[in-house]
Design a protein around this ligand. Structure first.
Ligand SMILES: *Cc1c(COP(=O)(O)O)cnc(C)c1O
Length: 383
């Protein structure tokens, strides 16, 4: 039996391992020199002024919404086709997620519907770069500016993506990244917020560590060199030096990771373009996607998605579905979000299947996935 091919996997090499063991032998395990080094490298990579590292992408989302001033009674506009954390972070702050449907065939929030959903309770608009396809953030920033709202971009899928030549990471007021092992680079767990706004940078940094402020310029009083003050109800959302050393080492390999992902995606596009039963991912002019995920969609009224996933699994090929619309999860149903809220998202969910894509895949793996899918799809649509 051939080896199991998961839908995603990290690529950690000896250089990464040496970076981590180096920190273990040093004086600092958490909040030492590697945090600032990783943050600077990330900020440079996405051409933002500041980056603030967090213990996860979810913590980073929580911090970004808090920094934007999201509070009980507010609304956060987002897309249902995302990981639940994008919406959950609004709930953490007592706000209500408002789900706006995706545009047909882009996977991303439809900017035309965003403006109609804005009201006096709206605090943040949170587009998601689904699968690494740049969301229409330019357009959403224009709408947000007109109405005095803040844009927090969820770029957990989009490290290294560009839109009109501009990297994702400095387009919105704040941009959130994740360094979970399935993402482009990993810290084990980890996340970050990038921003060009100095005030946001300071608030994000305080929120990460209990809301405590040490900068003498910001203190209300000053009792001596030890003195610090708690200004907000923050959390312990710090990322360790151990994790930042891994992230820093991984970031050096991002160009290779992106190139390999693009190469595999191009091969998939070529192989699946001829099948009448398969819909390949959208291409958006002027953008260079980061190819976090390769989502195939099955055509027809009764897409045999479940059967295809089961057959592939039996052949040792892992798949996933990204995502069930967030509001269809039982927790969200109980909050009162109705079925049918976002028809494009629900249609997408019926036919979407994420197939394996990660830099460590060999060409032999890629051809094995293609052969299995083309064969299974042919027989599933016959019956
Ligand atoms: C992974 C992910 C997150 C959360 O990141 P974690 O680091 O796992 O907390 C948020 N949004 C999206 C779209 C993601 O894919």
């Amino acid at each position: 039996m051939a080896e199991f091919i998961p839908y995603a996997k990290q690529l950690v090499d000896e250089e990464d391992i040496a970076a981590v063991t180096g920190v273990l032998r040093s004086d600092w395990l958490t909040t030492g020199p590697m945090v600032a080094r990783f943050e600077q490298a990330l900020a440079d990579c996405v051409r933002a002024r500041y980056a603030v590292a967090f213990s996860s992408g979810t913590a980073a989302l929580h911090a970004a919404y808090f920094t934007a001033g999201v509070a009980p009674g507010d609304e956060v506009i987002t897309t249902p086709i995302t990981f639940a954390a994008t919406a959950n972070a609004a709930l953490y702050l007592g706000a209500r997620p408002v789900f706006i449907d995706i545009a047909p065939n882009t996977f991303n929030i439809d900017p035309a519907s965003v403006e109609a959903a804005i009201n006096h309770r709206t605090k943040v608009i949170a587009p998601v770069n689904m699968t690494g396809l740049p969301a229409p953030v330019e357009e959403i920033m224009g709408i947000a500016r007109k109405h005095g709202k803040i844009v927090v971009e969820d770029a957990a899928h989009a490290l290294g993506a560009t839109d009109q030549g501009q990297p994702v990471g400095a387009r919105a007021d704040m941009t959130v990244f994740s360094f979970h092992p399935v993402k482009h680079i990993t810290c084990g767990e980890g996340g970050a917020v990038t921003t060009n706004n100095e005030e946001y940078y300071k608030k994000l940094t305080a929120f990460r560590s209990h809301g405590i402020v040490r900068d003498p310029a910001l203190l209300k009083e000053n009792h001596g060199p030890w003195y610090h003050e708690m200004h907000y109800l923050g959390y312990n959302y710090r990322l360790t030096d151990i994790q930042c050393a891994l992230g820093f080492s991984q970031l050096k390999k991002l160009p290779y990771f992106l190139a390999r992902r693009r190469e595999i995606a191009a091969r998939y596009n070529e192989a699946f373009a001829g099948s009448p039963h398969l819909i390949t991912p959208p291409e958006l002019p002027g953008t260079e996607p980061a190819w976090h995920l390769y989502v195939l969609r099955l055509a027809g009224d009764q897409p045999p998605r479940r059967e295809l996933a089961e057959r592939l699994y039996a052949r040792g090929i892992g798949t996933q579905v990204h995502y069930q619309p967030v509001y269809r999860h039982p927790y969200y149903r109980n909050l009162g979000y109705p079925a049918g809220l976002c028809p494009n998202a629900e249609d997408y969910y019926r036919r979407a299947l994420t197939i394996p894509l990660y830099p460590a895949m060999t060409d032999v793996d890629v051809e094995r996935v293609i052969g299995a899918i083309l064969g299974d799809v042919e027989s599933l649509y016959k019956c």
